[in-house]
Design a binder for this molecule. Structure first.
Ligand code: NAG
Ligand code: NAG
Ligand code: NAG
Ligand code: NAG
Ligand code: NAG
Ligand code: NAG
Ligand code: NAG
Ligand code: NAG
Ligand code: NAG
Ligand code: NAG
Ligand code: NAG
Ligand code: NAG
Length: 848
């Protein structure tokens, strides 16, 4: 039993091994693990000692008992001699290099026991994705002379790489990816001993201080087939190295921050199959020289942000190229020449994946696109392509994913679109499409899973799909915004059983929510049917499971908040702008993970329940404006430490001082209430506040001086209260100079109002201003962290958070936001590793 285990482990790892290599692959041959021949006592003892020094919370080594150690899990023996040749303890439960508490239980931890040295015939050692918590990798690993395969990737070893590794002259594979090298001065001399090495991964190892001849050093590894030096902080690409890479097939230099042009020696590595230079800052054109790399199968230059100029036509003559990634650069000019080049291959081009997104390419897509018969993935979004989809697109019968979002394409969808029978993903938003989408376009798209179509103002496309149409596909993701689909609710959704995202926003649907709809057996991440004319009561029964968000806003729903809302675990319940009535049901208390509650613009009544502050601790948006609520603001609301937007109405009494404990509040809107008393003096503690509206209340007293420390404040309205005294002038107040902000407060004086304050008062004291200075010096480093860590969140709230308040803005900016979000996510994915490194550098520098 255990034996089968170890055999399949060995097999699995060999399969994985060949999977990562492009053909022709490097093959490792191992003897079959032994069957019942028993193991050597001394080696069994050694394994037990090895086990003793490890902690193994999930019992991955629980089979390590009994006599026959060859049958223990992860152990493989030579079937003739019975000696242990393989120890495969990689952690299959973690699939990334980050460690999360969730999967920590499967990690082996502790210390590597020197008893390992007893395994004199050990050829294969894999400890990857465990957690050695920053321990120094012991020198003695270099004495395991028979090792051919050593994989310590993502195991959180740190310190220096022991020079003794250079003694492993039989080593074929060395994977130290994400080794946390902290010495910052690792020499590479030890590499010269690894004369057999075929695969080397030093990803993430800090090579910033290695010699300018780093590339020559690697080139002395005469057998090297794959070289991975991603995220190594290598300062620059050499210009004229003398290289002798005779067998190199895979070269990964991504994410290093190179900012030169593409050097010409690249084109002398003639056997190259895969070249990855993504996420650098490379500059200039794509040189024609690439055409000399005529074996090249993968070329990844994406995310360089400076690569610019025209796409070389000669790139198109790389007939063996299978993957070409050029997204997130600054290529401009027409694309047709380049694609024509691809069509000149004698047999058809091998290209299966083409990524040109996020450039400034323009021109029509040429007819020759139809010759790229092997294309499976075509990413052209966020460019300036013009014209219509060429009918020859229909010839791409293997095409699975097509991304055209955010271009300036127009024209009708050609009939031949309907021939894309392999298509799974269609992202077509934000173009100027014309004509109709009919049943015929969709009839043969049997594999379609994702469709996204968001209208811009100058698209005249409409849907013309018959009422009783039965779709051939089963969608997972359907997003349609601003295109008319109504007036009837879509009956064809009835047998879409796999949906996880359903957005039919502003689709002119004037109907009731059909009862079958809420009975569909779906698990939805997002349901958004906002901005239609849906009417009637919201049905009380629901079969849907909602791990995500529900937006039924801006319709004509009546009656009480539906009972099922108390079953929502965690989301964005938006029911605003309907005709809902009654009180907020106490059952909503169950929604303890809710992060957003928007019930604004309805006819709800009663008090604002105090339990909201206690039962929904993660709430970040609370919006109850324009209802018939009465009473005071319950101070329990101030326990909502994550609250970012607070928007209430029809309330009396004083502003609770506790409001100032809502430290992360970004928007506070209490306008048009009956509030009396002073603005709390501590309001300056709300330093994330971007928007503050206290207009049309009965507030008195002065503008608290602490307000000048709210440095993001970009929207302020204090008009029509009884405020008095001088308007502050420091910091952000220098920009808040529209007199209407302060109008209707007869006793306010100072800039920007025409009324001057009396000279004797002098300048008011501004305690916040000095603190501010200190902040800037002392917390510089912290600020850097915050800006990266919160950058995305701030960006999100800065655009979206505020927009939720004003519905009109929200719709106008929605597409903009979608686009920004996409860009941010792509950008983040590409740069997060680099950022991390830069952050830790900054941090380290700050500490010394
Ligand atoms: C090393 O282990 C990691 C994680 O298990 C795996 O992804 C990687 O492919 C392995 N490296 C080699 C060369 O097999
Ligand atoms: C032992 O391993 C060799 C080499 O892999 C294999 O050819 C042979 O069939 C194996 N013998 C047994 C008894 O498993
Ligand atoms: C490792 O195990 C040995 C016994 O095998 C024990 O003497 C030693 O204290 C252990 N060390 C650690 C760090 O657990
Ligand atoms: C290049 O490497 C090969 C072996 O891979 C060797 O035969 C040849 O002499 C080397 N050439 C130079 C100029 O070092
Ligand atoms: C490249 O980066 C180096 C080091 O950061 C900098 O000194 C140099 O000015 C940069 N060159 C260009 C062309 O951006
Ligand atoms: C490329 O190789 C050729 C001949 O093999 C040589 O003359 C030339 O200098 C090399 N170019 C670079 C940039 O190494
Ligand atoms: C597309 O297919 C049609 C019919 O099979 C053929 O006539 C046409 O030449 C093809 N066009 C391209 C660009 O491949
Ligand atoms: C759909 O497939 C059928 C049968 O294969 C074919 O006759 C028809 O032309 C296709 N429709 C379109 C629009 O390609
Ligand atoms: C939808 O229903 C029709 C008729 O009942 C059926 O032919 C079709 O296969 C169904 N589609 C899916 C995706 O289940
Ligand atoms: C609903 O779907 C789940 C799987 O997604 C299935 O297990 C369950 O049986 C279905 N329930 C009904 C009533 O069809
Ligand atoms: C809430 O969920 C439970 C379990 O899924 C279900 O039995 C109950 O009917 C649901 N309540 C409402 C009001 O939908
Ligand atoms: C609030 O409104 C309810 C009716 O909805 C009324 O009974 C109650 O007296 C009002 N309370 C206050 C303080 O106005």
């Amino acid at each position: 039993m255990g034996n089968e285990n170890s055999a399949s482990f060995a097999l699995l790892s060999l399969v994985l091994l060949s999977g990562i290599l492009l053909p022709p692959t490097i093959q490792l041959s191992f003897s079959q693990p032994a069957l019942g021949s028993g193991c050597k006592e001394v080696e069994r003892e050694a394994l037990l000692q090895f086990k003793q020094n490890l902690t193994d919370p999930s019992g991955r080594l629980s089979s390590w008992v009994g006599e026959d150690c060859c049958s223990w899990r992860g152990v493989g023996c030579n079937n003739r001699t019975g000696s242990i040749i393989m120890l495969n303890l990689n952690n299959p439960f973690r699939d990334s290099f980050d460690s999360y508490e969730d999967d920590a239980v499967h990690e082996l931890r502790g210390k590597i026991s020197p008893s390992l040295l007893q395994l004199k015939d050990l050829e294969y050692l894999d400890l990857s994705l465990n957690n050695f918590k920053g321990a120094q990798l012991p020198e003695f690993i270099g004495s395991l002379k028979e090792l051919r395969y050593l994989n310590l990737s993502g195991s959180f070893f740190s310190g220096t790489i022991p020079q003794s590794l250079g003694n492993l002259s039989n080593l074929l594979y060395l994977d130290l990816n994400n080794f946390l090298d902290q010495s910052n001065q690792i020499g590479l001399g030890w590499l010269s001993g690894l004369s057999s090495l075929k695969y080397l991964n030093l990803g993430g190892v800090d090579l910033s201080n290695t010699s300018a001849y780093w590339l020559e050093i690697f080139s002395k590894l005469h057998s090297i087939v794959e070289l991975h030096l991603s995220n190594c902080n290598i300062p620059s690409l050499p210009l004229n190295p003398s290289l002798n890479f005779t067998s190199l097939q895979v070269l990964d230099l991504s994410n290093n921050g190179f900012n030169s042009t593409l050097p010409h020696w690249l084109f002398n590595i003639t056997n190259l199959l895969s070249l990855n230079l993504s996420s650098n800052d490379l500059q200039g054109d794509i040189p024609d020289g690439f055409s000399s790399l005529n074996s090249l199968q993968l070329l990844d230059l994406s995310g360089n942000s400076f690569l610019e100029g025209q796409l070389s036509r000669n790139l198109g003559t790389l007939c063996n190229l299978q993957t070409l990634k050029l997204s997130l650069n600054q290529f401009s000019g027409e694309v047709s020449d380049f694609i024509d080049g691809l069509s000149e291959c004698i047999n058809s081009s091998s290209l299966a994946r083409l990524e040109l997104g996020y450039n400034q390419l323009t021109g029509n897509l040429p007819i020759s696109l139809g010759y790229l018969k092997n294309l499976r993935y075509l990413e052209l979004w966020y460019n300036s392509f013009l014209g219509s989809i060429p009918p020859s697109l229909g010839n791409l019968t293997f095409l699975e994913e097509l991304y055209l979002t955010s271009n300036q394409m127009n024209g009708k969808f050609p009939e031949s679109f309907g021939q894309l029978s392999a298509i799974r993903v269609l992202e077509l938003s934000d173009n100027q499409w014309e004509g109709f989408i009919t049943d015929a376009h969709l009839r043969n798209l049997t594999s379609l899973e994702e469709l996204s179509l968001i209208k811009t103002s100058n698209s005249s496309l409409s849907f013309n799909i018959s009422f009783d149409w039965i779709p051939p596909f089963n969608l997972r993701y359907l997003v349609i915004r601003y295109y008319q689909l109504g007036p009837k609710f879509l009956t064809w959704l009835r047998n879409q059983t796999e949906l996880t995202t359903l957005v039919l926003n502003s689709a002119s649907i004037s109907d009731t929510l059909p009862s079958w709809f809420l009975q569909l057996n779906l698990t939805l991440d997002e349901l958004d049917v906002g901005g239609n004319h849906l009417s009637g009561r919201i049905p009380n029964t629901l079969v849907f499971r909602f791990p995500g968000s529900v937006d039924l806003s801006s319709n004509r729903f009546e009656g009480p908040i539906p009972l099922w809302s108390s079953n929502l675990t965690k989301l964005f319940l938006v029911l605003s702008n309907n005709h809902l009535s009654g009180e907020i049901p106490p059952s909503l208390k169950n929604c303890s993970l809710m992060d957003s509650l928007d019930l604004g613009e309805n006819q709800l009544s009663g008090n604002i329940p105090a339990w909201i502050g206690e039962s929904m601790p993660s709430l970040s948006i609370l919006r109850l404006r324009s209802n018939h609520f009465n009473g005071t603001i319950p101070s329990e609301l101030c326990k909502l430490s994550a609250l970012h937007i607070l928007d209430l109405n029809n309330l009396s009494g004083e502003m609770p001082v506790e409001l100032t404990s809502l430290l992360y509040l970004g928007t506070l809107n209490l306008s048009g209430n009956q509030l009396v008393g002073k603005i709390p003096t501590q309001i300056g503690k709300l330093e994330w506040l971007e928007s503050l509206d206290l207009s049309r209340n009965k507030l008195s007293g002065s503008i608290p001086p602490s307000m000048v420390s709210i440095r993001f404040l970009s929207f302020l309205n204090l008009s029509f209260n009884n405020l008095s005294g001088e308007i502050p002038t420091a910091n952000q107040f220098q920009t808040l100079i529209n007199p209407s902000i302060y109008e209707g407060n007869l006793a306010l004086c100072g800039v920007p109002l025409p009324k001057r304050c009396s000279e004797i008062d002098g300048t008011p004291q501004i305690p916040g201003a000095n603190e501010d200075k200190e902040d800037e010096n002392g917390h510089d480093k912290l600020w850097l962290f915050v800006s990266v860590g919160l950058g995305f969140i701030m960006g999100f709230w800065g655009v979206c958070g505020t927009l939720i308040i004003k519905k009109s803005w929200r719709y106008a900016y929605f597409q903009f936001f979608d686009k920004i979000k996409d860009q941010l996510l792509t950008f983040l994915a590409l740069s997060v590793v680099r950022l991390k490194r830069k952050m830790s550098e900054k941090n380290g520098a700050g500490e010394t």
